[in-house]
Design a protein around this ligand. Structure first.
Ligand code: PLP
Length: 423
């Protein structure tokens, strides 16, 4: 085993600014030299089983040759060209294929380069939709407790401040309306009552369907989405599903909303869209929303256009990723992972400081009754050969869908063993 830290880490660490990290007290990040399949290789030769799939993106595992080949070919012919006034095959073919997968009604794709920005675009679409309909007072967005939609100013306004990431900006962001998800009749009635008084100022309801991810892997029943659809329709409000975490098989179906048999007016996608290889996001609108912009008035056009939108390399990666959902048994693999997570994490239920164990598709979460010492817990997982990083009080697994059963077992064993005697 090699031991010396690489020079690039020691030298570069003085100049890098890391996400969500207190740079003074946090240990230096782990130097990664290679990824392959479900593995992360560190500079000292250690190979970790990745329990997180790089923030839930690498659904096919790392370095899948089909995606690599597609990106290489695209690099030689057309890596990027501006999307204003010009178009190219990867972006337009991807738009067509995404709409085919999303099903009838979701018809128009606006590409961006990150999940947060795709949510910003969804919010802008919803507000301008009403502006174009001569209802400019419909500016408010209803979002939900436990929700996380990104770190930009617009998305901070729709995150639950209780998730605890954005306290430094309290007051700087005009907060949108935050409600409890209608998980029971009382909450549904409370939301409905509020809407009865305010609906004519509301542009849209915004929710992460089935699983609120970064807010703590909080899961709800598909019936909640049906309730929201019904309320949105009754009050004439748009419904936005943020499928950035849940999309592309993570919850057991290609999109989480399929499990509720309801459809949103706008859906946001990112993360696993490129199989975890290149940054890309999409905001997909229904015909109704798109037609709200269809006009002879130039001021009714959607005023947004990131420089790298529709990047051809990223679109080629996304097309190759969609191929893999057709040629390899991804959703069946997710069902297998769901069973393995249920079985493998079940022993945690008996631990005294465990509040809840929950599983949905390829997402397994163990909620503790308080936030652990994350650094110490991560070190214990590393000793077990696993890359696992808790979110607050939630220890979770979101593995690649191709993870073999014996590796899944090593991950769930590591969670159970480490949590049985937390460091
Ligand atoms: N929405 C959801 C549901 C997410 O899980 C995330 C990221 O975790 C985002 C939005 C923000 O995406 P990004 O980090 O690409 O900006």
């Amino acid at each position: 085993m090699k031991t010396a830290l690489p020079a690039w880490l020691a030298d570069g660490h003085r100049h890098i600014w890391l996400p969500y990290t207190q740079m003074k007290t946090a240990a230096a990040p782990m130097p990664v030299v290679r990824t392959q399949g479900t593995h992360i290789e560190l500079a000292d030769g250690r190979i970790l089983i990745d329990g997180i799939a790089s923030w839930w993106t690498a659904c096919h595992g790392y370095n899948h040759p089909h995606i690599a080949q597609a990106v290489r070919a695209q690099l030689d012919s057309l890596p990027h060209v501006m999307f204003g006034g010009l178009a190219h095959e990867p972006a337009l073919t991807l738009a067509r294929r995404l709409c085919g997968l999303l099903g009838p009604g979701l018809e128009r794709v606006f590409f961006t380069e990150s999940g947060s920005v795709s949510v910003e675009v969804a919010l802008k679409m919803a507000m301008q939709y009403w502006f174009n309909q001569d209802e400019p007072q419909r500016r408010r967005i209803v979002a939900f407790r436990g929700g996380y939609h990104g770190d930009t100013f617009g998305t901070m306004a729709v995150c639950d401040p209780g998730v605890g990431m954005h306290a430094a900006f309290d007051g700087a962001v005009p907060r949108q309306d935050l409600h409890e998800l209608p998980t029971d009749d009382a909450r549904a009635e409370a939301l409905d009552a509020w809407l009865r008084g305010h609906a004519d100022h509301v542009a849209a309801l915004l929710v992460e369907p089935l699983v609120q991810g970064a807010g703590g892997m909080r899961m709800h029943a598909p019936a909640v989405l049906a309730r929201l659809r019904e309320m949105a329709d009754r009050h004439g409000i748009l419904l936005i599903f943020d499928e950035i975490f849940t999309g592309f098989g993570r919850t057991g179906t290609m999109f989480a909303f399929e499990q509720a048999s309801v459809r949103p007016d706008i859906v946001t996608l990112s993360k696993a869209l490129t199989g975890g290889t290149l940054p890309l996001a999409a905001t997909v609108a229904s015909r109704r929303v798109f037609e709200g912009f269809w006009s002879d008035d130039p001021a009714h056009a959607l005023m947004h256009g990131p420089t790298y939108m529709g990047n051809a390399l990223a679109c080629a990666a996304a097309l190759a990723s969609l191929d893999l959902f057709e040629t390899e048994p991804r959703l069946a693999q997710v069902r297998g992972i769901e069973r393995a997570l249920r079985d493998g994490l079940a022993p945690c239920k008996a631990l005294p400081h465990v509040r809840d164990v929950r599983v949905q598709g390829a997402i397994g979460a163990v909620e503790l009754d308080r936030a652990p010492d994350r650094a110490a817990l991560c070190r214990a997982f590393l000793d077990a050969g696993a890359w696992i990083r808790p979110l607050g009080s939630v220890v979770y697994l979101t593995p690649a869908f191709v993870m073999p059963p014996e590796e899944l077992r090593r991950l769930t064993d590591a969670v159970c063993t480490v949590l049985a005697a937390p460091p």
